[in-house]
Design a protein around this ligand. Sequence first.
Ligand code: FAQ
Length: 311
Amino acid sequence: EMDADEQAFQARIDDGQKIEAQDWMPEGYRRTLVRQISQHAHSEIVGMLPEGNWITRAPSLKRKAILLAKVQDEAGHGLYLYSAAETLGVSREQLVDDLHTGRAKYSSIFNYPTLTWADIGAIGWLVDGAAIMNQIPLCRCSYGPYSRAMVRVCKEESFHQRQGYDLLLALCRGSEEQKAMAQDALERWWWPALMMFGPPDADSVHSAQSQAWKIKLLSNDELRQKFVDQTVPQAEYLGLRVPDADLRWNTERGHYDFGAIDWSEFHAVLKGNGPCNRERLQARREAWAEGEWVRAAALAYADKHAAAERH
Ligand code: FAQ
């Protein structure tokens, strides 16, 4: 049963009003947002690692400059999102510690390796494509700081998606070996990309409450279906085969039917047993330790300035 405060809060949400940091909110609303926004931030930060792996090996100066810009955007997204989470009363240190100790999740997709240059194209096309599908509705979510952060993030993600598609288009118009590399990348990234949207609606523990609070506007399965519908024609244009024997257009539904997702793989990755989980967390912990002197120097500098201002 909702008490009077909770009823008034729900009425504001139903009325389409934005909730701001200083407003009263139910503890569960705050907790859900901290969980989702921080996991989103961690995904951006951990998500720099698979692509960072190819910056030194990009095939041309132009491709290298594009990839550098993309990875830097991801760092920026992580920082906006940590700031949005901090408006809810948690500290950056706590959030980062939750990632490093395994208490907080990050997107399953970033636990897969980038074996070839074509994987950089597949990440942009499929992973950023899935990210945009999920994030466009979040621009309208009920929490003001998160919804506003999403507007700029989505603009940058659409550049990321285009760079991935452009990279794959170049490979698909290239030699037989290049086209085969693109096909192989699609085969390895397709199913993990579909898993990004989360468990089926029937198994999604948070969905009902998050939808009532307008933290989520579309369900996991609705977004996954939209993604498949948008992406299959793009694969056809590239001349690539989607690795799903059950994929076919359903005229009655006006959507593609697609095959069963291997949820045991998804759960294994969430438990920490994906191909790169240990490597990803280790890289983040090392980067944090190596940055210790930078944080210490920044704090000492800020203290010095604050002291000078007092005189
Ligand atoms: N991976 O009840 P639900 C990017 C967890 S895009 C790992 O359905 P919810 C851009 C879920 O947290 C990727 N865990 O949960 C980029 C929950 O566990 P918990 C980031 C997953 O929250 C591109 C449990 O399963 N985007 O980074 C996943 O209502 C390229 C039950 O699930 C966002 O985070 C998964 N795939 O719905 C960067 C978007 N799916 O927390 C670099 C914002 C589910 O209780 C390169 N987030 N889980 O321990 C969301 O929209 C939602 O949180 C969902 C999950 C849809 C991800």
